[in-house]
Design a protein around this ligand. Structure first.
Ligand SMILES: [Fe+2]
Length: 148
């Protein structure tokens, strides 16, 4: 999804990530970090994310900005869904790493540009991000579990 984030929204998210956002360690324990996006913030980006997932805001979902500092990565994995559900996720690149930080899905490299987004099934497809060797990568992410 090209230009999922406008320049203005992208800059707002970068600004937030560099100031008020509260980052904690990501799940894989490889150095990437997660900051929950509070209610009432980035409403238009959330609306676009609901649309991308085909849900409305009453459907359970998570919403984070992920930060990958230099040296962090995500090894190849799947994210299991609850039994009887499918896991759907939209990711938008807020800020590219200076170097590294290549997304691979099923071992295929994907060139997702800054401000673009993609929707995928993290429970079905292996995905990974190679080590960031320079700079800091920021990704907007919203996920949901839908009945099969
Ligand atoms: Fe994942």
């Amino acid at each position: 999804m090209p230009s999922f984030l406008t320049l203005f929204r992208r800059d707002e998210i970068v600004q937030w990530a560099n100031t008020e956002a509260v980052f904690g360690p990501g799940r894989q324990g490889t150095g990437y970090e997660l900051a929950p996006v509070p209610d009432g913030l980035f409403k238009l980006v959330k609306l676009a994310s609901y649309r991308a997932l085909g849900i409305d805001k009453s459907v359970g979902h998570d919403c984070y900005v992920m930060r990958y500092k230099t040296g962090s990565c995500i090894p190849k994995h799947k994210d299991t869904a609850f039994f009887g559900s499918r896991h759907l996720r939209v990711n938008a690149i807020v800020q590219d790493a200076g170097r590294g930080g290549q997304l691979l899905i099923e071992d295929t490299p994907y060139e997702i540009r800054e401000r673009d987004a993609y929707v995928f099934r993290p429970d079905l497809l292996d995905h990974e991000v190679t080590t960031i060797t320079e700079g800091e990568r920021l990704v907007w992410t919203m996920g949901t579990m839908l009945p099969v």
